[in-house]
Design a protein around this ligand. Structure first.
Ligand code: PBG
Length: 335
């Protein structure tokens, strides 16, 4: 049958050259950030059980991963520190010889082409595993994270990370007013040009499970629901992003990514700063496990999910699959 159709969408799907020309979403390795776990000690390169293919490295072994990253053309790294000792106030997070400070200094001296983004949080450094200073009775009685007391610590950590060579500060604690506190502390030390990428819409999520094993940062009691966001809420995610920008955030992040594509879209439609998305540990582990079982094709699934995050409006993607994605972009599979 011959019908008259003005529009035939299939016209632009006829061959790969054409399809690649009319793509609406473009990916670049320049938009990828790779998270690295740095552990106190020596001679450590240990695989994380819940995240096959991901490792904890001691500072002296960081070269292993930095070499691989540079070879893959992935230059941006988010540093997470796993200290030797923890205490009530997470003092390991702001010591000048702390694990993240040492790692930042090492990277600056030995791998200057690696761009250094410092995750700023206290949960890896506190004995109780919460992202701030506790008030109240402690383990047996009621407790809560003291928002305003925590701000002083966050500001201090930010300055110590800047002193150690961080090139972006990325607070992930979810205290109210932290961006303002961090911005003014940095400015007071003349770090006026150091950008802040805030974990703005960070949801209280079970997708962080493998990370907490990787970083040894699961809360010893209670949960993070009094500071991380309730996943029923969308407007609130936008409010968090707008308020962080008001306080001086240069880039805002939505986290996790895959179950929060609507939030990424909402935020990216509303703001005038770059939007980052963090495809978190649980997203990685689910794909790994399903691929290992032979249920899905890993490369195709990772490509499809990564593109969906950019299509939703993210301009930057933090992902444990950064090196593989860079390769697949190169091969023309996506992008
Ligand atoms: C620290 C932090 C977490 C993640 C990034 N920074 C864990 C959490 O909030 O419990 C999660 C990253 C991931 O799951 O890959 N607060």
């Amino acid at each position: 049958m011959m019908i008259e159709l003005l529009h035939r969408e299939r016209r632009l799907r006829g061959n790969e050259t054409l399809r690649k020309m009319v793509r609406e979403t473009r990916l670049s390795r320049e938009a990828l950030i790779y998270p690295v776990f740095v552990k106190a000690g020596k001679n450590i390169a240990e695989e994380i059980a819940s995240m096959p293919g991901q490792y904890r490295y001691s500072v002296d072994k960081l070269g292993l991963i930095f070499d691989r990253l540079l070879l893959a053309g992935v230059k941006r790294v988010m540093f997470f520190g796993l200290p030797a000792e923890k205490d009530e106030v997470g003092s390991g997070a702001f010591r000048h010889d702390g694990i993240i400070q040492t790692a930042l200094g090492y990277a600056q001296d030995h791998f200057p082409e690696i761009y250094r983004i410092a995750d700023l949080c206290m949960c890896e450094y506190t004995s109780h595993g919460h992202c701030g200073i506790l008030q109240g009775e402690g383990p047996v009685g009621p407790f809560d994270v003291d928002n305003d007391a925590t701000l002083d610590y966050l500001a201090r950590i930010a300055v110590s990370q800047a002193d150690a060579g961080a090139q972006i500060i990325a607070p992930s604690d979810m205290m109210d007013g932290r961006v303002k506190a961090i911005r003014s502390a940095l400015d007071a030390k003349d770090y006026t040009s150091l950008p802040i990428m805030s974990y703005a819409a960070k949801y209280s999520s079970s997708f962080y499970g493998p990370f907490r094993e990787a970083a040894g940062s699961a809360p010893a009691f209670g949960d993070r629901k009094s500071y991380q966001m309730d996943y029923h809420n969308k407007k609130e995610g936008l409010k968090e992003a707008l308020r962080d920008i008001d306080e001086g955030a240069d880039i805002v992040m939505v986290k996790p990514a895959l179950s929060y594509l609507d939030i990424i879209r909402e935020v990216s439609d509303a703001v005038l700063v770059p939007v980052a998305a963090y495809s978190v540990s649980g997203e990685y582990s689910m794909i790994k496990a399903a691929a290992k079982a032979g249920f899905i094709d890993e490369a195709n699934i990772v490509c499809e999910t990564a593109v969906s995050i950019f299509r939703a409006g993210a301009e930057i993607l933090i992902t444990y699959y950064a090196m593989e994605l860079a390769k697949w972009i190169d091969e023309g599979r996506i992008g």
